[in-house]
Write a protein that binds this ligand. Structure first.
Ligand code: GDP
Ligand code: IMO
Ligand code: MG
Length: 427
């Protein structure tokens, strides 16, 4: 019966992979509804650590049906590489379902992502270089290639030919790159078709039937709210809608199916790539957070930018996603501080803002206004109930909850599956 949506509440890397894995044995379907292999989700099971980029994190739970829905963009080479990697580690991926309507990342999308970033110079977005933006741009301009096109060789060839007609002009004439070869791309993608066929299905139909049958569907957002194309810090965003509204369009289910929206919220803030980030720390303190939290990108290996918790951002995430429950992750990382700054608003050009300023210009210039909470020094990674947390850690959680405007239903105290305090069921 219920569909539950999981969303990142900040700029990504909040711990969505771990959160999905936590509920893996209590849900029937785990669905990726947007993004592509720009995502990097870490799941730690015992001694084993998995990094997932394109596949839903639920693929590690044997009884779950993992689904790549229509809203995702798929790089087939990456997909098979990721599947092979899991198979070699003994993970059964045979029940994966892939939407026939999902769009394909093509070699020219990857090439354009890289050259346009280089061209932007200092104004670059800092994309993952996986071709995400150009693929979604083609989808919206109705020039995309979909999974189902691979099963009709004539259509596939036509679409690639049409795309190359202008992509090659741009690559060669604007960016001075080599043109890409039609035959080479056509043969490569035709080669993927038969490998892909067993997985391809009408995923919207399957998910709706599953919901009718009383099954639980978990819609796993990649990226975070502030990276959303509409609600993020545009243009420093990704090219899809990780916010909860995107789950319906991206999976082909109606909004009335969704009964819960779980926001994943880090106990501090990180960001990868360019764009405004008011609480960012450029000093020793930021380096300390990076080291303590292991804040290095899963996909690109870049250092994550680190800063204090930003309450207006959490509140914003509650608002635009309709968050019903928060999962506060990485509380353990903050152990060892005498006092912890929490951003409660901003000063932009002498004006006080309690919420994210309306214009990006103001947000760029926003200087955080901090309140200071007492810290704790105990190692909390072994705590298994809220009562076992030091008093100041409890107060930190309760204060964030009040500021964020939705209940904190789970708390992460380490990367492991068992290092979670579930105060209320997330399912
Ligand atoms: P995602 O992209 O949202 O899935 O997050 P990432 O996997 O990119 O980054 C989160 C990192 O934090 C991963 O290395 C996780 O293993 C780790 N992690 C998740 N929850 C916790 C937690 O509560 N405490 C600690 N110390 N690490 C965590
Ligand atoms: P997970 O799933 C953090 C960022 C990139 C860049 C911007 C646009 O691990 O939370 P893109 O390649 O998507 O066009 O890049 O978005 N970005 C992420 N940052 N975590 C992610 O995924 C991200 N996916 C994209 O760094 O700033
Ligand atoms: Mg990540």
């Amino acid at each position: 019966m219920p569909a539950i949506t999981l969303v990142g509440a900040q700029w990504g890397d909040e711990g969505k992979g771990k959160a999905t894995d936590l509920v893996g044995n209590r849900v029937d379907y785990v669905v990726r509804y947007q993004g592509g292999n720009n995502a990097g989700h870490t799941v730690v099971i015992g001694e084993q650590k998995y990094a997932l980029h394109l596949l839903p994190s639920g693929i590690l739970s044997p009884d779950v049906v993992p689904v790549i829905a229509n809203g995702v963009v798929i790089d087939p080479g990456v997909l098979f590489e990721e599947l092979r990697g899991l198979n070699e580690r003994g993970v059964d991926t045979g029940n994966l379902l892939i939407s026939a309507n999902a769009h394909l990342i093509m070699p020219y999308h990857r090439a354009l992502d890289k050259v346009s970033e280089r061209f932007l110079g200092k104004g670059r977005i800092g994309t993952t270089g996986r071709g995400i933006g150009p693929t979604y741009a083609d989808k919206i301009s109705r020039a995309g290639v979909r999974v189902q096109d691979m099963f009709d060789p004539k259509i596939l060839r036509q679409k690639i030919e049409l795309a190359l007609h202008d992509k090659n002009q741009i690559l060669t004439k604007v960016y001075n790159r080599r043109a890409l070869e039609l035959e080479q791309i056509y043969e490569e993608y035709l080669g993927y078709a038969e490998q892909l066929r067993p997985f391809v299905a009408d995923t919207s139909l399957i998910l709706n039937k599953a919901l009718d049958d009383g099954k639980t569907v978990y819609l796993e957002g990649s990226q975070g709210t502030l990276l959303d194309i509409d609600h993020g810090t545009y243009p420093f965003v990704t090219s899809s809608s990780p916010t909860s509204g995107g789950a319906c369009a991206g999976a082909g289910i109606g909004p009335t199916r969704i009964t819960k929206v779980v926001g994943i919220l880090k106990a501090y803030t990180t960001r990868v790539g360019s764009g405004p980030f008011p609480t960012e720390l450029h000093d020793e303190q930021g380096e300390w957070l990076r080291r303590q939290g292991g804040e290095y990108g899963v996909t690109t290996g870049r250092n994550r930018r680190c800063g204090w918790f930003d309450a207006p951002i959490a509140r914003y995430a509650t608002r635009v996603n309709g968050i019903t429950d928060f999962f506060l992750t990485k509380l353990d990382v903050l152990s060892g501080l005498d006092r912890i700054p929490v951003c409660v608003g901003y000063d932009a050009g002498g004006t006080r803002h309690d919420e994210i300023p309306m214009t990006q210009t103001d947000f760029h210039h926003a200087v955080p206004v901090y309140e200071y909470l007492d810290g704790w020094h105990e190692d909390i990674s072994h705590a298994r109930s809220f009562d076992e947390l030091p008093k100041n850690a409890q107060t930190y959680v309760r204060t964030l909850e009040e500021m964020a405007g939705a209940p904190i239903s789970a708390i992460g105290v380490g990367p492991g599956r068992d290092q979670t305090l579930e105060l209320r069921s997330l399912v």
